[in-house]
Write a protein that binds this ligand. Sequence first.
Ligand code: PGA
Length: 296
Amino acid sequence: MLNLTLRQLRVFEAVAKHLSYSRAAEELHLTQPAVSMQIRQLEDVAGLPLFEQLGKKIHLTEAGKEFLHYSNSILQHLSEAETMLAEFKGMSGKLNISVASTASYFTPQLLAEFCQRHTQATVNLSVTNRETLLQRLSNNETDMAIMGRPPDALNVDATPFMENHLIIIAPVNHPLADERNIPLSRLAEETFLVREQGSGTRITMERFFAEKNIHLTTGTEMSTNEAIKQAVQAGMGLGILSLHTVSLELETVRLKVLDVQNFPIQRHWYVVHRKGKRLSNVAQAFKEFLLQEHAA
Ligand code: PGA
């Protein structure tokens, strides 16, 4: 392999362009002897002259003309590689994101929109319960998380970016389905299907009713929003879920939202990462995308 340097190629290209050592030196901000020396060294490596002097003018030799073709191509490729790397530094890479199960109802749409804008970004989405989510944040196993309630204990940076309303759902033929302004106390007569321990929805619901001094009768515990929706449709009880999870069922009138006083419970979705975490470019871009495009 030719043992030449990129600097020699750049000097060669400039001399070939101007057919003058002095003008090449000017362009490259070098002295003329420095340019001559680079060319001499290149010719040594090449093993034959690349320029010849005819009178006062210099010309490319036949070998020089052929060599220029390769030299241009090498420098061109290098410049493309530089652009490509700059683009990668800018926005490519993998985004590792973990979301609470309820957030999986809208996160894929957000990611699709983001990936359309940043075609080089790849995403690893993990849907998990709140407990695992906290563990992943604490072990630094995820870039960021989307959750409904930032953790109290962990040292995190949590920013709200979207509203999250908790509603009460009932089967369409439920006696309360068409009532208006149902008092909270009336709910004590109903049975509620609840999410598993550790679910953000469950914690919020329990705190809310404890604050209002209302004792709810809780029925079967279920670990997914889907199971609760199915069970409510089947008449097993009422459910309290995020509005995000039931848009399809409301549209097709398979479930109804009860009009209860103090409802919906107004919450937010937070984008959360460990305090001081150095976010990758793609993770930082996704965070900005959430905050700008879907500002709370
Ligand atoms: P989850 O949702 O109930 O699926 O854990 C998170 C939250 O609402 O805080």
